[in-house]
Design a protein around this ligand. Sequence first.
Ligand SMILES: [Zn+2]
Length: 99
Amino acid sequence: MPRNNRPKNSKRQAEEEELDLERVRSGIARTEVKNGTEFTVQTTAGRSAEETKRWICPYCQVSFGPGISHVVAWESAAGPTQRRHFHNNCWKKFQGRII
Ligand SMILES: [Zn+2]
């Protein structure tokens, strides 16, 4: 019996991780459900934003500017015009509705 039928799970996993990284880099949106509300979520490095642009995080009310990796999220039903910018950690803690 040749030993060429070993499972290749480790290789497949590595490929999936690479794919995730690629998705983050290219800013492809994913969806997350928080408290029964579906949000469309994008992680961004904020690099493409204008230098003077600032956002106020809806969770902690602290403003931040471009160059800070953060999360852009909006209620899927409301659409991207209602998007808000969260600190990465604030988005993890955020569980309610965007006011
Ligand atoms: Zn915040």
